[in-house]
Design a protein around this ligand. Structure first.
Ligand SMILES: [Zn+2]
Length: 164
């Protein structure tokens, strides 16, 4: 399909023809070789952005009150309100305020550094348990991240020992 934003299929007196709204004239199907070709931006993009920003506004965090700055370095550029528990727990995270504002650097760290991610999850588990209970946390998220974090730290220590 031709997707140049100036391309139109028009009909006149029962005949169809191609029309370029930039050149204001009838054309053949030569758009692919035209130097003025400009692709349409999909309108679904706008919808998603709107939906995203609406959900974004409704986010809150049980730990961080200012969601416009990074939780670790107070940076205010490219902040994302990240769900702490991901995958199938994304919605639960949003519902229960398990959201952390992160700059690009810390967002990358959260996804690539297991120690960092587990420490964040552990903090949120602690904060949640303060106002609810351990059992409620497990009921919602199925996993004890405090235990996981402690085990991970033990493993790192063990690895260090073997290296030394
Ligand atoms: Zn940061």
């Amino acid at each position: 399909m031709n997707s140049c934003k100036y391309f139109r299929l028009r009909h006149k007196q029962g005949r169809s023809y191609y029309y370029c709204t930039l050149k204001s004239r009838i054309i053949g199907n030569e758009c692919s070789s035209c130097s003025f070709i400009e692709y349409r931006t999909r309108n679904t993009l706008k919808k998603t952005t709107y939906k995203h920003s609406k959900a974004d506004k409704e986010r809150y965090s049980i730990i961080y009150h200012d969601l416009t700055k990074c939780a670790f370095d107070n940076s205010k550029t490219s902040i994302e309100k990240n769900e702490v528990f991901e995958g199938s727990y994304r919605q639960t995270s949003i519902r229960l305020g398990m959201v952390i504002p992160l700059c690009k650097t810390h967002h990358d760290l959260f996804h690539n550094d297991r120690y960092f991610a587990l420490s964040v999850k552990n903090e949120f588990q602690k904060a949640y348990i303060k106002n609810h209970s351990y059992d409620e946390f497990i009921k919602e998220f199925k996993i004890d991240y405090h235990y996981l974090f402690e085990e991970y730290k033990k493993m790192l220590k063990q690895q260090k020992k073997t290296r030394d």
